[in-house]
Write a protein that binds this ligand. Structure first.
Ligand SMILES: Cc1cc2nc3c(=O)[nH]c(=O)nc-3n(C[C@H](O)[C@H](O)[C@H](O)COP(=O)(O)OP(=O)(O)OC[C@H]3O[C@@H](n4cnc5c(N)ncnc54)[C@H](O)[C@@H]3O)c2cc1C
Ligand SMILES: *[C@@H]1O[C@H](CO)[C@@H](O)[C@H](O)[C@H]1NC(C)=O
Ligand SMILES: *[C@@H]1O[C@H](CO)[C@@H](O)[C@H](O)[C@H]1NC(C)=O
Ligand code: FES
Length: 590
């Protein structure tokens, strides 16, 4: 989270507490007042050679490492069309836009979606699965999720034929990490070193660090995390609970070493009496803490085998204990329902306890919620709705029964609590960084806190949502955290970036994905097309005359299409989605 102590008037009172083993390695100092300005004029130029920045793919392949083939006739593709073509060593995505051909990697570097099934609009391709966007001229990742970009391959037209030339290695890798600066330590002769401290190594923190390096920042970057692991794929925790931490890593250890991004694991940043600031030089740093899961406060809450899911350890432990046993999930939100779905194959029984009448009701509406509930019931999940847990009963300290307000008693060996989360920002109370009454950190559209030079991003912030009249919102999604981490980094470098991303999220249960884009809070109607019973549908959430969000299952790439239309700044009217005629969507969204 936060950071900065950069401007002379800023004093942040925070303290980094390292685990015993690490003490002594880091020297905490209360000095150091770098300035982001000092860095500004000098960052990008310092470490890049121009060719390096422009070269795609990178590094230059030698001729024998390349393949070239004629892939089609110029007339085979219409403008706005995409096609996968085979080059022998792998496939390429061929795009025709404004009469020009572009050849790119064909697989989304996030989870490998075939981009040919995505949406081409305004010079970029949007992934059909979770909405990542790639520039068709460069292959660069322009919107999230995911960290890597696509390779861009050479195209030439000869005698009306389209030829693509590509390095074999690039074809096989199908992803490209952007060129990044390395860390040049202050001892290497930079006196005005401007260091960045990033509190939190989640998606926002990692993207922030990577963006700083991509933009040429070559001073020290330190990422602190409470976790024992390098940054990992948190959304997988509740969808694939027995994945080992190593398999969840977003970047290998060598990556952090190569680019000089220091990760302090099991390091807690606390409110301190000392005016911290860490390390020699100190400069702008970013702040971004996460959410802490809410826990039950009922009688018996201290019995063993009651879990929230936040880390790989939590998730792994739950599966281990749940095998062949009775599981109760409290809370029918995304996390609870994903866990319930995953455990049906492993556990003896899975029950869900929820205050509302239907799962996901506030988010997806009554009808969609009911359809999803039926899918769970068909998979043997038992629901206890409109009630809550009044007591957890143990035997020899271990959970045995969950007692509900309705006085029903449910057998349970393991309980997973997914009832929401609250910001873990208490440590900022004395820091000078403003918090709102619920503990979120308000930031402006540049992700800056009330303290100039200190930025915050991710689950713990409220920010003005550009395409909903700058309403102040908190959107705790994986994609949002990436986008905000990037904007924060750009603004640390005085690039004046603004947060414009259209929110996009997904959830997966029983092998089916539900995708969602927009911000549906306060919807007053839901318009459903397709077949809800068959779970092949799209639902539009409207407020007054306007579509404010969309959800779909088995209806790709509709959510990505809607996201593109909204991102282009065009409003979608209710009557446009009421007719069932989707032709308005098939245009190019501009
Ligand atoms: C189980 C689960 C499943 C999810 N599934 C999805 C999904 O399918 N789709 C989706 O869009 N979103 C999903 N989310 C939400 C998504 O993971 C979050 O929106 C995202 O992780 C937010 O990123 P972040 O960087 O803000 O914070 P986090 O990823 O929460 O990271 C916070 C970091 O801050 C560190 N930290 C906090 N306080 C301190 C401190 N005082 N000192 C030092 N370090 C500190 C933590 O150790 C951690 O490294 C899921 C979340 C969970 C928990
Ligand atoms: C930028 O850094 C170089 C050293 O690489 C230095 O010579 C130059 O004066 C610096 N420029 C500014 C504006 O600080
Ligand atoms: C794609 O990249 C090119 C070159 O950097 C840039 O000019 C263009 O604006 C980008 N397109 C989009 C849609 O961002
Ligand atoms: S697979 Fe493309 S965004 Fe996730």
């Amino acid at each position: 989270v936060l950071g900065c102590a950069a401007l002379p008037t800023v004093e942040l009172k925070i303290e980094v507490v390292l685990p015993e083993k690490e003490r002594g390695k880091e020297e905490l100092s209360a000095s150091g007042k770098g300035s982001p300005r000092a860095y500004q004029g000098n960052g990008t130029a310092r470490h890049f050679h121009t060719e390096e920045r422009l070269s795609t793919p990178h590094p230059y392949p030698s001729p024998q490492d390349c393949v070239e083939a004629a892939v089609c006739h110029v007339k085979d593709l219409e403008n706005g069309q995409m096609r996968e073509v085979e080059l022998g060593w792998g496939k390429v995505l061929l795009v025709k836009d404004n009469g020009e051909f572009h050849a790119l990697g064909h697989k989304c570097p996030h989870y490998g979606a075939p981009l040919v099934k995505g949406v081409l609009s305004r010079g970029r391709v949007r992934c059909p699965w979770h909405g990542a966007c790639f520039n068709i001229s460069t292959g660069d990742l322009e919107d999230f999720p995911g960290l890597d970009s696509l390779h861009k391959f050479q195209v030439k037209i000869e005698k009306e034929k389209v030829y693509v030339r590509a390095s074999k290695q690039a074809l096989q890798l199908q992803r490209r990490t952007k060129v990044m600066a390395k860390c040049i330590s202050p001892s290497a002769g930079y006196s005005s070193s401007t260091n960045v401290l990033i509190v939190g190594a989640g998606a926002a923190g990692l993207v922030c660090a990577e963006t700083l390096r991509q933009e040429g920042f070559s001073d020290r970057i330190v990422l602190c995390t409470l976790d024992r692991h390098l940054p990992y794929d948190r959304p997988k925790l509740s969808k694939s609970l027995d994945t080992q931490p190593e398999q969840l890593a977003l970047r290998p250890k060598e990556f952090f070493r190569a680019y000089g991004i220091e990760v302090l694991t099991e390091a807690q940043v606390q409110g301190g009496n000392r005016e911290v600031v860490w390390a020699p030089g100190v400069g702008p740093s970013l702040t971004r803490p996460c959410l802490s899961p809410k826990t039950l406060s009922c009688k018996g809450k201290e019995v063993e085998n009651v879990f929230t899911i936040r880390t790989p350890e939590d998730a792994n432990r739950v599966v281990r204990l749940a095998r062949g046993r009775n599981v109760v999930v409290v809370g029918a939100g995304f996390l609870g329902m994903e866990v319930a779905a995953y455990l049906t194959e492993k556990a003896h029984s899975v029950s869900v306890v929820e205050l509302e009448e239907t799962p996901f009701r506030r988010f997806l509406g009554e009808r969609v919620g009911r359809a999803l509930m039926k899918m769970f019931e068909n998979n043997r999940v038992k629901f206890y709705m409109q009630t809550e847990v009044s007591e957890l009963r143990g035997q020899e300290g271990k959970l045995k029964e969950v007692v509900l307000k309705s006085s029903k008693v449910v057998r349970a060996d393991v309980c997973v609590v997914g009832i929401g989360a609250v910001p873990a920002t208490g440590f900022l109370r004395q820091s000078g960084i403003g918090l709102d009454s619920r503990g979120f950190i308000p930031v402006n559209k540049m992700m800056q806190t009330n303290v100039p030079g200190v930025f915050a991003a991710g689950d713990a912030v409220t920010f003005p949502l550009a395409w909903r009249n700058n309403r102040k919102v908190n959107i705790p999604h994986w994609q949002m955290a990436h986008a905000q981490g990037r904007v924060a980094a750009q603004n640390m470098l005085a690039q004046e970036a603004e947060m414009t991303t259209v929110p996009y999220l997904w959830t997966a249960m029983f092998g089916k994905s539900l995708r969602y884009a927009g911000y549906g809070e306060g919807f007053d109607d839901v318009i459903i097309q397709g077949d809800l019973e068959e779970l092949k549908f799209v639902a539009f959430y409207t407020k007054g005359d306007e579509v404010i969000a969309v959800a779909s299952m088995n209806y790709d790439p509709i959510v990505s299409k809607v996201a593109e239309v909204l991102a282009s700044g065009r409003a979608i009217r209710k009557r446009e989605v009421e007719t069932g005629d989707m032709s308005w969507l098939t245009g190019k969204g501009s």
